[in-house]
Ligand binder design. Structure first.
Ligand SMILES: Cc1cc2nc3c(=O)[nH]c(=O)nc-3n(C[C@H](O)[C@H](O)[C@H](O)COP(=O)(O)O)c2cc1C
Length: 327
């Protein structure tokens, strides 16, 4: 019996992979993850926004001014190169010390930089690239078509410019989730990661201010991802990686049964330690043994919704007495 899996065309020893986070910004951590059985690691995203912030901090200006003149461009370029070169050094070290695939991650807001960064990540030696494209469409002027155009423009450009596998990490804020995800999978990408958990908002009633809620997810947040993986996995032409709310080996099994190719964990490692990866893999193997499965392929997608099924429990939203014991 083995837990080997092919994800984004890469051979993985386990479908349990570590999602992008502060934990994957440190090579010692990643070595520990590999020892504990991680199938792959997705590196902490490089955020263009962070680089712009570094530039502003170093120049104390938000845009070129007379005070800086031509030197602004020079300083900006230098700061950006410096931020990126530290990250590329980390990628090279990770590639030297790990045998599992190292997946880079970028989040940009300018069209040009998606391309510039993607090329640099490929050159730095990443085995694949996850484009962190989770957005919150809060502008009332932004239509679903606008969002779709942004996605397709970036994906089409990157596909032509780099040859390592590409996956897209999305949030769950789509007016037409099923259609958008299926169309993404037709664009020649190798995978979609569902879902990035956006930073949550809360209110401090004492000071009457908006604030961030906990950064970490809770186990109850697994259900949205589970629903959409199950609804979409048979309709997509690429791998699906499940993210958000995975804490136990049973959660890993559920995502695989729903049709995920890999299952990403982050909050669970922050809360319970990197060693939890070993428990997730042991639990997956124990379940497979109990069920008599020799390989992941024998059960992956077993509970994915059939494309013509319109009545699956995964599609039910309303409570009705007929379906539930409660009124
Ligand atoms: C502290 C922290 C940092 C994160 N940083 C990133 C990041 O840089 N890029 C990214 O795509 N996702 C990032 N995420 C999101 C995670 O990759 C993941 O999608 C999310 O936490 C849901 O999975 P979980 O329930 O296993 O935590 C971060 C999450 C946490 C908690």
């Amino acid at each position: 019996m083995n837990t080997n899996t092919k994800y984004l065309g890469l051979e993985l020893k386990s479908p349990v992979i570590v999602g992008s986070s502060g934990l994957t910004a440190d090579v010692d951590n990643m070595v520990e993850m590999e020892k504990a059985g991680a199938g792959a690691v997705v590196l902490k995203s490089v955020f263009e926004e962070q680089i712009i912030y570094d530039i502003k901090r170093n120049t104390h200006v938000v845009a070129p001014t007379d005070n800086y003149g031509d030197s602004y461009e020079y300083i900006a370029m230098h700061v950006a190169d410096d931020s990126l070169s530290k990250h590329f050094q980390m990628i090279r070290e990770a590639k030297n010390r790990l045998t599992i695939p190292v997946i880079g991650s970028i989040n940009c807001f300018s069209y040009e930089n998606w391309l510039t960064y993607a090329i640099k990540f490929q050159e730095a030696g990443c085995d694949a690239l996850e484009l962190n494209m989770a957005i919150l469409p809060f502008e009332t002027s932004l239509s679903a078509d606008d969002v779709e155009r942004t996605f397709s423009q970036i994906i089409n450009t990157l596909r032509k410019s780099i040859n390592i596998p590409i996956s897209i990490k999305v949030g769950s804020y789509f007016t037409d989730m099923a259609k958008q995800m299926q169309q993404l999978s037709w664009m020649g990408i190798q995978g979609v990661t569902m879902f990035n958990k956006s930073v949550q908002v809360d209110i401090d009633v004492e000071s009457e201010t908006l604030k961030n809620a906990s950064w970490l997810s809770s186990p109850s947040e697994i259900h949205k991802t589970l629903r959409w993986i199950s609804i979409l996995s048979k309709k997509m032409r690429c791998d699906l990686s499940a993210s958000t709310g995975v804490y136990t080996a049973d959660d890993v099994v559920k995502m695989l049964l729903a049709g995920a190719t890999t299952v990403q964990v982050v909050s669970c490692l922050y809360k319970n330690g990197i060693g939890t990866l070993a428990a997730l893999n042991d639990g997956l193997r124990a379940w497979m043994e109990k069920k008599g499965y020799e390989s992941i392929g024998q059960f992956r997608g077993k509970l994915a919704v059939n494309p013509n099924d319109k009545t699956s429990v995964a599609m039910r939203t309303q409570f009705m007495k007929y379906f539930a014991e409660i009124v």
